[in-house]
Design a protein around this ligand. Structure first.
Ligand code: EPZ
Length: 418
């Protein structure tokens, strides 16, 4: 297993271009199942999760090849509809294959994704919505066995705005008979990006980006031509890194409209933030003001930036309250930050962070994707010595060329065999 070694204490300076969004690429690749033909996707990041979903879909008989920076997905021959446990357990987002397989094939056998470090991650809302659309399902030996003689549009209201749940039902509904009205739908930019791709394929969808999405079933679709949006979580990670290290960084090729909640909090912390549509400039403050955050579904403060922002508040001047309202166990990074000298008290879904003058380098262990990013950020500002972040395979799931991007901003970090 690899580790990343960091010699901290250098302010980040320069410009960095972010990659395509992992959480937009996954549903758009899955959506290529919906119809035959050669789909052409651009700005797909080279990540472990992307290779996992390609591996699973290749087992279905789907062909992938690269033409320059275009990923071509050919789903003419769908010969299998089973997503095996050994692959699904490494990437829960495999549940996104359920809706498209049912729409195209009428059958699907997907390993029930287990929980993960940050929570139980149930998929009950996905299954309840599909049942309302005429899908018969039963659980058997850890697999969801689903079948339908043809899905019907339905009126669905999610108890909780679920991102992949919204995406799954959108994909299931595009060729269903009749109209599907999805209430309390997720409003994330990744949901809107998928809707854009589906409309480009001929789907009839409106209301994406609001809490009510209407999908009118169409008879047929055509192969997609789609460019995936930039990764707002990678963008936010670099913004926080710039502020923490008291550096000056321009993030290019991003969408500032996707990061307004973070921009507001960085402003409050004393950072100087300016932005255009596709770039954001962050200059870190000399004194970091402590700021409270509460994670919320989009457009609220993203849960996927909570760990990174907590690392930032660890060296703020004062106390900050961090409330995690989306996942039930998303404070695993706290014990690792405490090993670096952070002063954090957890009480249920709240973490009270008392800023310390500086963090100290230490060997630490990544436990999930965004926790690994927060430990890298902490290592970048830690004083005296080297921080080693172990189990860095978590980072490779969601960040493309992270070390290289940070090195180009003046950081001193490298990868080693652990
Ligand atoms: C997506 O996960 C993202 N993953 C997550 O990013 C992100 O943290 C999350 O949305 C929230 O923004 C992808 O898009 C691939 P949810 P998802 O369904 O869809 C509960 C990362 O780091 N819930 O919106 O799985 C659930 O337990 C990852 O890139 C149910 O109870 O999240 C959670 O408390 C981590 N039943 C809440 O809803 C369900 O059927 C929101 O989860 C579905 C969800």
């Amino acid at each position: 297993m690899d580790k990343i070694v960091i010699e901290g204490g250098r302010p980040l300076k320069g410009a960095v271009k972010v990659s395509g969004a992992k959480n937009a690429a996954l549903p758009t690749i899955a959506a290529c199942i919906l119809c035959s033909g050669a789909h052409r996707l651009t700005n797909i990041p080279q990540l472990k999760d992307i290779s996992t979903i390609k591996k699973i879909m290749s087992k279905f008989g789907i062909l992938f090849h690269d033409e320059g920076d275009v990923l071509v997905v050919n789903s003419d021959n769908l010969t299998c509809y089973e997503a095996p446990y050994d692959l699904v357990k490494t990437m829960r987002a495999s549940i996104l294959l359920l809706g498209p397989l049912l729409a195209r094939y009428g059958k699907a056998k997907i390993s029930l994704p287990g929980g993960c470090a940050i929570g139980a991650r149930p998929v009950n809302l996905h299954l309840k919505a599909l049942a309302a659309m005429g899908v018969d399902m039963f659980l058997d030996h850890g697999y969801i066995n689903a079948g339908t003689s043809g899905m019907q549009g339905a009126n669905i209201s999610f108890d909780i705005p679920t991102v992949t749940g919204t995406e799954n039902i959108m994909m299931a509904a595009v060729t269903a008979k009749g109209t599907t009205v999805l209430k309390n739908s997720a409003k994330e930019p990744e949901v809107m990006d998928l809707a854009d791709m589906l409309r480009g394929m001929g789907a009839d969808i409106e209301g994406d980006g609001t809490d009510t999405i209407i999908i009118r079933g169409v008879k047929e679709l055509e192969a997609a031509r789609h460019t995936v949006i930039p990764d707002r979580i990678e963008t936010g990670t670099f913004m926080i890194a710039a502020a923490m290290s008291k550096g000056e960084v321009k993030i290019e090729g991003c969408r500032s409209a996707h990061l307004q909640a973070l921009i507001e909090k960085l402003d409050a912390a004393g950072a100087r933030v300016s932005f255009s549509d596709d770039s954001i400039f962050v200059k870190g403050p000399d004194v970091i003001e402590s700021v409270d955050i509460k994670t919320r579904p989009f457009p609220g403060f993203p849960t996927d930036l909570q760990a990174q922002f907590m690392a930032f508040m660890c060296i703020a001047d004062g106390w900050s309250m961090i409330r995690e309202t989306v996942f039930e166990n998303r404070f695993i990074h706290v014990s690792e930050l405490q090993r670096m000298g952070a002063n954090i008290e957890i009480n249920g879904n709240q973490a009270l962070v008392k800023g310390v003058p500086h963090l100290l380098s230490a060997p630490v262990m990544a436990t999930d994707l965004r926790a690994s990013a927060s430990l890298i950020l902490a290592g970048l500002v830690a004083e005296s010595g080297r921080t080693e972040v172990h189990r860095i395979y978590h980072l490779d799931r969601g960040y493309e060329n992270m070390e290289e991007k940070f090195r180009n901003l003046g950081a001193n970090l490298w990868r080693e065999k652990a």
